[in-house]
Design a binder for this molecule. Structure first.
Ligand code: HEC
Length: 165
């Protein structure tokens, strides 16, 4: 028994010395070596879009939006987005007057929180933003090479402007 205690007593300081020296050796080494690769891997910042004329969605995204539209929206707003006696059209004059002076974040928030009327906000963020891309394309806005993301801050920075003739 006494031997065992003596053995533990002899090992314990050893271990703490070891842990201590490991800590002092690894900390200064890992900190500076981790920083430069991280900074180098950061992509060059891309200026966020400010207008619906900047090509803020992709064709593929608008196509996904069309699929979601046909499934969840076309029954009321019509295959060609012209609306009928039950629901307003989503293109042309109606679109321009509704969203003039507003931003894409407003469209996204409105559609997500009110449509479809019987079960709003049930389709998931990705479907709603794809639907916005589809509606923008249907209104003549150009596609680009970046998908429109659901980031509300970014969306609020994108103004709805008229399509130039
Ligand atoms: C059951 C019929 C119905 C369905 C399904 C439906 N809508 Fe609507 N929608 C309406 C009606 C009615 C209005 C007008 C009343 C209102 O604004 O609440 C409207 C209004 C809108 C507006 C104008 C909103 C605004 O703030 O001015 C948009 C945009 C819209 N719908 C998009 C959609 C999309 C996208 C879908 C599919 C996810 C959809 N709707 C599904 C009936 C429908």
């Amino acid at each position: 028994m006494r031997v065992l205690i003596a053995a533990v007593g002899a090992v314990a300081p050893f271990v703490s010395v070891l842990a201590c020296s490991m800590a002092t050796v690894t900390t200064p080494q890992s900190a500076p070596s981790a920083a430069p690769p991280l900074a180098a891997a950061e992509p060059a910042p891309v200026a966020p879009p400010t207008s619906v004329l900047d090509g803020i969605f992709t064709e593929a995204q608008a196509e996904r939006g069309r699929a979601a539209y046909n499934e969840h929206c076309a029954e009321c707003h019509g295959e060609e987005l012209r609306g009928d006696e039950m629901a307003p059209g989503l293109t042309g004059v109606v679109f321009r007057f509704r969203w003039r002076g507003l931003n894409v974040g407003d469209i996204y928030a409105s559609v997500q929180s009110t449509m479809p009327p019987e079960e709003p906000a049930t389709l998931g963020d990705q479907n709603y933003i794809d639907l916005v891309a589809f509606m923008l394309r249907a209104n003549g806005y150009p596609a680009g090479d970046r998908e429109l993301a659901t980031d509300p801050v970014l969306l609020q920075g994108v103004a709805v402007e008229g399509v130039p003739p």
